[in-house]
Design a protein around this ligand. Structure first.
Ligand code: 13P
Length: 340
């Protein structure tokens, strides 16, 4: 493990005014999103779509890293360049999703544990050869009155920590992603409680496995009311409670925190990030975005599988990347949103 390399990579991923583009949907997930829009679920369409996403001139001004799915890391754009080369040419660090998905947690109905540790070492060695310099592993926690169970917290923390240690041993920065799901009618207080415990358990497991916190990026969910809750907390409260949680769990050695969007609307996700930079608290880490849906949804709808729509879809994807890049500096405003 070379901590200087890991640290330099992590810093580049979350450099000031930059965040991470999550475009690592597995083929089944990508197909599901295509089918909902009437787009043919084929590898050719996935290639065309992802070529559109990565080929905005200037994208590297706002995006420091892009998370790819295995298919894309090995693939070429529609004009025959490797995706890895196209990203590197824009100073965007290429990354790879390496977990094999959230599977039912035995004896715990309604809960999941993320799999993918078997054979991960050799896979990481190959991904490094192919050009990936960081990886992603996502654990999910569902909230109900009774859930998550301690079994869910500890199994997922263990998986994340073993994955992170393997990544660092291969000079790949692990994105550590504990996602507390937004589904449900829970309060923001309950979201705080679950998110804090998930993060505490994860950092304990990272310490147990000897992971060097200077060479990771944390990708958390925000502390937020359930999607179906009454009287959902407003933007400032989400920002305040999210930071209160993170300041209680995340050591300052961690170079960056890059949020997932987790089903928030595009503009909501941007406003929450922006508000964190106006909460009046000093932040010991970079605080930015690693959005999937909140960066892509509008662009995918506009593209709709038609090559004639590529330019407008690309402009929309670029706009969202820019709005979030600006929000990562606390400089976003509704006027800026509208001006485009
Ligand atoms: P969303 O921003 O759509 O939640 O996706 C981020 C991600 O990478 C989930 O693993």
């Amino acid at each position: 493990m070379n901590i200087d390399t890991l640290q330099a990579t992590a810093r580049a991923m979350v450099a000031p005014g930059k965040g991470i583009l999550a475009m690592d949907e597995s083929s089944p997930t990508c197909n599901k999103r295509f089918e909902a829009l009437g787009i043919p679920a084929t590898i050719e369409m996935r290639r065309e779509y992802r070529t559109m996403l990565v080929s905005s001139p200037g994208l590297g001004e706002y995006i420091g890293g892009a998370i790819l799915f295995d298919e894309t890391l090995r693939d070429q754009t529609t004009d025959g360049k490797s995706f890895v080369d196209v990203l590197n040419a824009q100073d965007i660090v290429p990354g790879i999703k390496v977990d094999t998905g959230a599977k039912d947690l035995a004896l715990h109905p309604g809960e999941k544990v993320t799999e993918g540790l078997d054979g991960l070492g050799p896979r990481l060695a190959e991904y490094h050869e192919l050009g990936a310099r960081f990886a992603k592993w996502r654990a999910v926690y569902a909230i109900s009155d009774a859930l998550p169970s301690q079994a869910c917290f500890s199994a997922n923390a263990h998986g994340l920590a073993r994955y992170a240690a393997l990544c660092q041993a291969h000079d790949i920065v692990p994105i550590v992603e504990p996602e507390v799901l937004i589904d449900g009618s829970h309060s923001i207080e309950r979201s705080f409680q679950v998110t804090q415990h998930a993060q505490q358990t994860v950092f304990e497991a990272l310490a147990d496995q000897g992971v060097d916190l200077r060479g990771i990026v944390l990708k958390p969910s925000m502390v937020i009311s359930g999607a179906e809750a009454n009287n959902r907390a407003g933007v400032d409260e989400v920002a305040r409670e999210t930071l209160r949680c993170l300041l209680s769990t995340v050591p300052p050695a961690v170079p960056g925190i890059a949020f997932l969007s987790g089903g928030q609307s595009d503009e909501e996700a941007t406003m929450h990030l922006n508000a964190m930079h106006h909460a009046g608290v000093a932040l010991p880490w970079a605080v930015t975005f690693s959005y999937g849906r909140a960066l892509q949804a509008a662009a995918m709808t506009t593209w709709a599988g038609q090559s004639g729509n590529v330019d407008s879809a690309r402009a929309i994807a670029f706009h969202r990347a820019r709005m979030n890049g600006v929000a990562a500096l606390g400089e976003y405003s509704p006027e800026l949103e509208k001006a485009a």
